[in-house]
Design a protein. Sequence first.
Length: 294
Amino acid sequence: MRLASVLVGGVRRLGVVESRRTVGLLPAGSGTVDDIVRGGPDALGAVRSLLAAAESVELSDVRLEAPLARFNRDILCTGWNYQDHFWESKGKREGQEPTAPPEHPTFFTKGPDTVIGPVDDIAYDPDLSARYDYEAEIALVIGRDGRSIPEERALEHVFGYLVANDVSQRDLQRAHGGQWLKGKSIDRTMPLGPWLTTADEIDDLAALEVQCEVNGELRQNASSGHMAFAVPRLIAELSRGMTLRAGDILLTGTPSGIGSAREPALFLKDGDVVVTRVSHLGELRNTVATTRLT
């Protein structure tokens, strides 16, 4: 099932995407995607029972918003989870240079106010940063609370998956003591969506194609099977001694092809159109637009 947050006549509605062209709008009062994630199997079952009463409309006639809008905490993220991405930036990290790929997943967070919808503008303030970079990623949503989750049980805690772009400000990322929070947390810069695909819809989690295009040029193109640490390992290590709760979002890392690693570097600018795509999960289409944030 593909759960969407749909804006119709200025009102947010819960929708179930039926095809590439249509979405079923559930009756008013059916709750939000956030409610369904936290409500567990019973809430998902209630959605299925309401599908017969859904109003089918063209996707082109509605506006898709970020599926999730209520956050327990910062967005959880994984760095350096594709080895080709780790090596492409060798010598370009401006003094923040590890000597070898990490033996354990590298985790960081970004503020929830970064989140925008699948067609919203990416806020671009050149007075704030001169190095806006793109990072196509698979995001997962936790559907059941857990702490110290065994790797072999980890996928039982995943509600579903989305597409994300961890747009980063590389100069800010380098400027604050080597930590990544500031350079990853600028408001209105992380597209998320286009809907939340439930975990049962994904037959092979290691065979998803992750892509990013900028102005029609393919910049990133990789298989999720190239992750250094697969999703069950990420969840097991992150949850060790730390409770993950229903509604938490975890980004799983980006493959090679980022702008800062290119020769010469290719950073985003006003007017760029960024398309982020993951097979079976959909695509985001966002325009970089100058916005005063400072």
